[in-house]
Design a protein around this ligand. Structure first.
Ligand SMILES: Nc1ncnc2c1ncn2[C@@H]1O[C@H](COP(=O)(O)OP(=O)(O)OP(=O)(O)O)[C@@H](O)[C@H]1O
Length: 715
């Protein structure tokens, strides 16, 4: 192949960019090390430090490009006269030379937008777009697209395969096709990487979409929802650094395996300090059971705990803990008796209810009113609330009065008491659910609230309870171990289709101004309360601004033949939805292998693992199986000396990883072996959708191993 005529010039430019970056980094270190004393008060030194944006200095200090390339493209923009161009090199971050002239433009800057968006129909002022195929500093190839008269925005790649068999066609507007394909065909490392060099037009629209309101990104498996949402977070941080960096950005993922899988994306884009969590991380100070452990919720209980009406039940439960006295309370005080009438206690409780939105905040008021009422009953006109407080505060009698009328409660105490008492449950159920339903929530009381191990469905209930109760007023008004709920300027939720209404409300509570990016796929919804459409989800999210729903239609992960099989399963699981079209055809279609018997299934899996490892050496392989079958498969692999990890312990770091089907959503591997589809379908609610998820995890190869008959859509 002949080399591109600009090859040497571009390589020289790239080298120059790296030199400038190095100079800026050295300057950043110098600025960091400058302290007031060193500056010796010179105006120049102080000026230099102030002139540098702190965030930029930090980014430069932390920067570790690894193998990622600094520069990956270039655009030539038509200047005043049509034969004059301004060119800009696009890269991961902005680099300037010593004269402060830009050398590399940050991919997120407005100038860079046409790099991702220009099309033949709308060239956005471009004459040419150039993609570099590059490894670190070494340029390997150049791919040009020319715009303007006589060109349609396609360059070397107009010879794309026509769109057959669910694979996208040449006019679909893919940009930098060779660079894109090269990046898709690279082996996976076990963690998701960034896509700055090859973001596609439909993805860029999402990434640069305005910050306000809730943005829903719907798309089939492998359309880039996760990676796009993370790039959007990086884009928003760049564009609205002030105030977003202080307000914070929160990313919520479905489980820890997934968090580990995505943990590198934002740092590789130079964004540290974004909090990436699972929901349970947001409610601290209690212990959780692992799913499936003894004491975990039954499916019916878990489903009920996810429903919106649980908030009403919790409201009732709090209201039930505010009780006027049954009888007057009389206490000896000096030479007399003082009295709090039951009627008076009812008035105090009623007033406190009216005044305080959050329960615990009302306690001080109730206390003071109780002291005042006792004082008023004294015959001695000199006695005021102060004297009563001094005499009775902290005494058993007074505590009993106050704890009956208005106990201070933590979320854990409230729910521990509620779930441990059939009487309280039945009482709280009024107007909300039947008593029989409420009793699904009953569980034997633990000796102490500190011993309780909470289930994952409890997380959102504890959070809701906190919202009603508020922090516990401690001595001097300090907060308890339950800190106030922290809010964020932007929230990203991945696999949002699996969140229950109660969980969605948790996210809403943390949103400062209603700005969210939520990504998911209704066809992959396997939760107990799987939504039928986005309205079911949006009703629990902030609605200050109208929500926007944007779809992604191109599948980047899965080769066409595998997608074809998966699409049949999808059509059976969620009729009426469209599956994504794959960007590419794979080398080989999926292979389906029947084990001679159930007993021989693990060994058949072992053999298929070995065959796949031979076929794609060095690849990351996953065995996706019903949770209950993993142990047997692991033993078969061990017996044959096949090293392997388990996703829940090792992430996807090992060459061969066993992945329980319950945590496979969102993950990606080069080769996947799906075990016993019929059992995946029967084990899990919405099992057909779970199977669809399992079948859509691989970038290269798929083998299905079964002993039982295959589910109908796969036959
Ligand atoms: N424009 C792109 N250039 C290169 N790779 C891309 C691009 N878009 C997506 N990909 C790759 O496609 C794969 C799938 O992306 P991602 O995991 O974000 O998809 P998803 O829609 O979240 O899938 P799922 O629904 O299965 O969770 C990833 O490896 C991602 O890097």
């Amino acid at each position: 192949m002949t080399q591109h005529p600009d090859f040497a010039d571009e390589q020289a430019y790239i080298d120059h960019a790296y030199e400038c970056l190095e100079t800026s980094r050295l300057a950043a270190f110098k600025i960091r090390d400058m302290n007031e004393a060193d500056m010796g008060g010179t105006f120049q030194a102080r000026f230099e430090r102030n002139a540098f944006d702190g965030a930029v200095v930090r980014r430069l200090e932390d920067l570790d490009l690894g193998d990622a390339s600094l520069v990956f493209g270039r655009i030539d923009r038509v200047a005043e006269s049509p034969d004059q161009f301004e060119s800009f090199h696009i890269g991961r971050l902005a680099v300037a030379d010593e004269e402060r002239e830009p050398v590399v433009i940050d991919w997120r800057a407005p100038v860079a937008e046409p790099f991702y968006r220009a099309t033949g129909r709308d060239p956005m002022g471009l004459a040419r777009r150039r993609h570099f195929s590059i490894e670190g500093r070494n340029l390997l190839g150049i791919e040009d697209e020319l715009f303007g008269a006589g060109h349609l925005g396609v360059g070397h790649d107009d010879g794309l395969d026509g769109g057959s068999g669910g694979v996208v066609s040449a006019d679909s507007g893919l940009r930098g096709y060779s660079t894109l394909l090269a990046s898709l065909e690279r082996g996976r490392t076990g963690t998701l990487g960034d896509i700055v060099a090859t973001i596609q037009g439909e993805q860029d629209e999402i990434i640069r979409s305005p910050q306000h309101g809730v943005l829903v990104v719907q798309g089939g498996p492998g359309t880039g929802k996760t990676v796009v949402a993370l790039h959007r977070a990086a884009y928003l941080l760049y564009t609205h650094r002030f105030p977003l960096e202080d307000q914070g950005v929160l990313v919520i993922g479905p489980n820890r395996v997934f968090l580990r899988y995505i943990e590198r994306v934002l740092p590789s884009l130079g964004e540290a300090g974004v909090e990436q969590v699972v929901l349970a991380d947001l409610v601290r100070g209690v212990q959780y059971l692992r799913p499936g452990d003894e004491g975990d919720d039954s499916p019916d209980t878990a489903r009920l705990k996810g429903e919106d009406r649980m908030s009403d039940l919790i409201d009732n439960a709090v209201a039930d803990r505010r009780r006027p006295l049954k009888d007057d309370v009389v206490l000896p005080f000096g030479a007399e008796y003082i009295r709090l009438r039951a009627q008076e206690s009812a008035r105090i409780v009623k007033n406190a209810r009216r005044r305080f939105k959050r329960h615990n905040a009302g306690r001080r008021y109730v206390e003071n009113e109780v002291y005042a009422a006792f004082a008023a009953s004294s015959r001695d006109a000199e006695v005021g609330p102060r004297q009563i407080k001094d005499a009775f505060r902290g005494t058993l009698e007074m505590r009993e009065v106050l704890d009956r009328m208005w106990p201070v409660l933590t979320p854990a105490q409230l729910l521990h008491d509620l779930f441990g008492s059939k009487a309280l449950l039945k009482l709280a159920a009024r107007g909300v659910m039947s008593e029989t339903e409420a009793l699904l929530l009953f569980r034997p009381r633990s000796a102490s609230v500190d011993d309780v191990r909470w289930t994952l469905a409890d997380v959102a209930l504890l959070d809701d309870a906190f919202d009603v109760l508020g922090p516990k007023p401690g001595k001097g008004g300090k907060l308890d171990e339950f800190d106030e709920i922290r809010t964020y300027g932007h929230i990203v939720i991945d696999e949002v289709q699996d969140l229950t209404p109660m969980q969605l409300k948790m996210a809403t509570r943390r949103s400062l101004s209603g700005s969210m990016t939520i990504v998911g796929d209704i066809a992959q919804a396997t939760g107990a309360l799987a939504p039928d459409g986005w309205d079911d989800v949006l009703q629990y999210l902030p609605d200050r601004k109208p929500p926007r729903v944007i779809g992604l239609s191109v599948g980047y992960r899965i080769p066409g033949q595998i997608m074809e099989l998966a699409t049949k399963v999808m059509a059976a699981a969620t009729p009426g939805l469209r599956a994504p079209e794959s960007v590419r055809v794979g080398d080989v279609g999926p292979s389906i292998v029947r084990a001679p018997s159930l007993a021989e299934l693990p060994d058949t899996v072992r053999r298929e693992v070995e065959l796949m490892a031979e076929a794609i050496p060095g690849a990351s392989l996953g065995v996706v199986a019903p949770d209950g079958m993993l142990l047997d498969i692991s033993e078969a692999l061990t017996a044959a000396g096949v090293n392997h990890g388990t996703a829940t312990r090792t992430g996807l770091d090992a060459g061969v990883t066993l992945v329980p089907v319950s945590v496979v959503k969102g993950l990606e591997l080069d080769g996947v072996i799906v075990v016993e589809p019929s059992r995946i379908v029967s084990d899990i609610e919405h099992g057909m959708r779970a199977l669809y998820v399992a079948l859509t995890r691989s970038t290269q190869r798929l083998t299905v191993v079964h002993a039982d008959d295959l589910p109908a859509p796969m036959r």
